[in-house]
Design a binder for this molecule. Structure first.
Ligand SMILES: Cc1cc2nc3c(=O)[nH]c(=O)nc-3n(C[C@H](O)[C@H](O)[C@H](O)COP(=O)(O)OP(=O)(O)OC[C@H]3O[C@@H](n4cnc5c(N)ncnc54)[C@H](O)[C@@H]3O)c2cc1C
Length: 352
């Protein structure tokens, strides 16, 4: 049974759980709480649920976990192309392991799953502007909570309320270009442009996401932007019809459970500093927060796994950064390792 907190909430509306943010984490959390005896309020600042600056790339494990309907998968492939300093290598398996989805469609699909639940109320155009120990302020209204779930992404207000900072905020930039020209997933590791990170090409239905990421402590946003454009020009990629997008990436994880406050997904800093993936971690942490609220004795097995992987990725990126101008050698070494079936299988298993 959930824990209850005693305090006076006078005339304020009271919910058992308030979830701030209806991205993958918040929607998953609401879905797991759906049908329970708890009164749940999901607050989203945008008018439409789903759209988010994101390349929309998923791995096999994400797709299996979500049990996505076929029509939501835009591209699927059993191979990816890796480029390191002008060398190209293709990693191929006998099953599909790289997928792309449209974030708006994913959000709308997750939202639809909430419709049977009478105990879950969803409000859009509902930006949480202030938080205290027992209530949130939304469009001037104060609403009380027993449990608060921060699913409000990389610029999380709930994370700041929990007293946590995000010193190493990364950034992702991309062009969304309307075209059917691309059909393969490609990664470009070029340290002189992207330091320890990479640029990507992810095909979608009718458009492509071409982008890159970095942390401003290594490359300022201005420099990353300049390098990205030099790389685009060198590769003769025309972005004139594209939409330019920039968004923070929070990879600083310090915990996800603080009394009656939970942090999930990007709000918790669970985004990978190595790959830039965050959808899977958002879904799992949303689910596990809900399960802990429903049963405070619940011991999550999935969260420790995610955190271990998160820490491994942090160590890998730190190692790459320390290698300075020699990183290319590490990337080339990695690419050669993929030629050995055992290592290739391991690398693909990270996706699958
Ligand atoms: C350029 C780029 C490319 C990426 N590509 C990939 C990829 O290919 N694959 C992958 O797995 N991950 C990718 N990511 C990461 C992925 O987008 C995130 O990890 C994922 O969206 C996290 O989900 P979330 O639910 O935690 O947060 P979000 O998806 O950010 O959702 C947070 C929600 O909270 C709402 N919100 C925020 N503040 C408030 C407030 N005060 N009140 C009410 N609502 C609020 C927002 O509007 C939003 O809807 C990428 C990120 C970037 C920036």
């Amino acid at each position: 049974m959930p824990r209850y907190f005693s305090y006076s909430h006078s005339t304020m509306d009271l919910y058992d759980v308030i979830i701030v943010g209806a991205g993958p984490a918040g929607l998953k959390c609401a879905e797991v709480l759906g049908g329970s005896p708890l009164r749940v309020l999901l607050l989203e600042k945008n008018e439409k649920i789903g759209p988010k600056i994101c390349a929309g790339g998923l791995t096999g494990k994400d797709v299996a976990y979500l049990n996505l309907p076929e029509e939501l998968i835009e591209f699927r492939h059993n191979k990816i192309h890796l480029h390191v300093q002008g060398f190209k290598s293709t990693v191929k398996a006998d099953y599909d392991f790289a997928f792309s989805i449209d974030r708006e469609k994913l959000g709308q699909w997750q939202l639809k799953k909430l419709s049977p639940f009478k105990n879950v109320e969803v409000r859009t155009k509902a930006r949480v502007s202030a938080i205290t120990e027992n209530h949130v302020t939304v469009n001037g209204e104060t609403i009380a909570y027993k449990y608060l779930v921060g699913a409000d992404g990389s610029n999380s207000l709930v994370k700041r309320f929990a007293g946590l900072k995000t010193p190493a905020q990364g950034v992702g930039i991309q062009y969304i270009i309307p075209t059917d020209k691309y059909s393969d997933f490609e990664f470009f590791f070029i340290p002189k442009y992207f330091s320890a990170w990479y640029s990507w090409i992810f095909p979608h239905r009718g458009y492509v996401s071409i982008g890159c990421g970095c942390t401003p402590e290594i490359l300022s946003l201005k420099k990353l932007h300049r390098n990205f454009h030099t790389w685009l020009k060198k590769n003769k990629i025309d972005v004139s019809a594209g939409k330019y997008e920039v968004f923070p990436m929070n990879c600083d994880y310090y915990g996800s459970h603080f009394g009656n406050v939970f942090l999930t997904g990007d709000a918790a800093g669970l985004l990978s500093s190595f790959t830039g993936e965050g959808i899977y971690q958002a879904l799992i942490s949303g689910e596990e927060a809900a399960k802990t609220i429903l049963d405070p004795t619940y011991e999550s097995k999935k969260m420790p796994e995610i955190i271990r992987k998160h820490n491994r990725h942090r160590q890998l990126i730190d190692l790459l950064i320390r290698w300075g101008r020699w990183k290319s050698l590490l990337f080339l070494g990695g690419m050669l390792l993929f030629k050995i079936p055992k290592y290739k299988q391991r690398a693909i298993a990270q996706f699958g």
